[in-house]
Design a protein around this ligand. Sequence first.
Ligand SMILES: NC(=O)c1ccc[n+]([C@@H]2O[C@H](COP(=O)([O-])OP(=O)(O)OC[C@H]3O[C@@H](n4cnc5c(N)ncnc54)[C@H](O)[C@@H]3O)[C@@H](O)[C@H]2O)c1
Length: 246
Amino acid sequence: MRLKDKTAVITGSANGIGLAAARKFVQEGCKVVMADYDEGKGAAEAKKLVEEGGDAVFYQVDIADRESVNSLAERVAQEFGGIDILVNNAGITRDGMMAKLSEEDFQRVLDVNLTGVFHCTQAFLPALLSSGKGKIINTASASGLFGNGGQTNYAASKAAVIGMTKTWAKEFGPKGINVNAVAPGVIETEMTAKIPDKVKAQMNSLIPLGKFGKPEDAANAYLFLASNESDYVNGIVLQVDGGIMM
Ligand SMILES: NC(=O)c1ccc[n+]([C@@H]2O[C@H](COP(=O)([O-])OP(=O)(O)OC[C@H]3O[C@@H](n4cnc5c(N)ncnc54)[C@H](O)[C@@H]3O)[C@@H](O)[C@H]2O)c1
């Protein structure tokens, strides 16, 4: 068991990559706090994991809202004490070409993908520090590394997440906390289900492995960065993209 006796908070774990990570983490002996905006799906998925023998709870949160995140962190501190792992996985897209991108769509993506990660990390820092040895995993994206047409807001938010990851690796490393990012390419989730088939075919043709990733592929990277196997890994951006951009 690679995460035995550890406690993790995974944001955005009602669906997609976060949910795959929650399942993997409980299977590795971790207590998992599934934190997501989507209460109906999140509560149902946590119940399923418990029925499968896992140790998981669901708490509702809007990571863009500082008060909501602070309430979550207080609840986790009361019920679990310190935590060992924070996975800042929740994220959204609101794509649009630059010429027509609305202020609202630009701002909401930054509020969730960038400010949300700032809120969660600040709120859970005391709980991570109290464990004396922690892991923070931030979810970036190939878009944040290389840009992507139609994703000004999203690429900006994910590039900023990479900047915060490297900064926190330097700030928190001396305090026993490793901070790393995972940059998925195209992973088959709700987020990518809305991409038109023609665009999907074009994207697929750029991937040397010739296929899109599964949520479990990204979750495996989270698991590595959450486990003791990555104890000497700090400040990296681990690409999980089938080699889409080399
Ligand atoms: N799917 C991909 O191809 C891909 C590629 C690169 C990066 N990513 C990143 O991976 C992460 C997970 O993406 P996914 O594909 O699993 O997406 P998804 O849409 O399947 O799941 C995202 C989850 O985040 C939750 N969420 C959204 N806004 C929230 C908020 N304000 N507060 C709390 N929870 C919120 C949603 O309810 C949902 O459960 C995201 O950060 C995304 O940007 C995904």
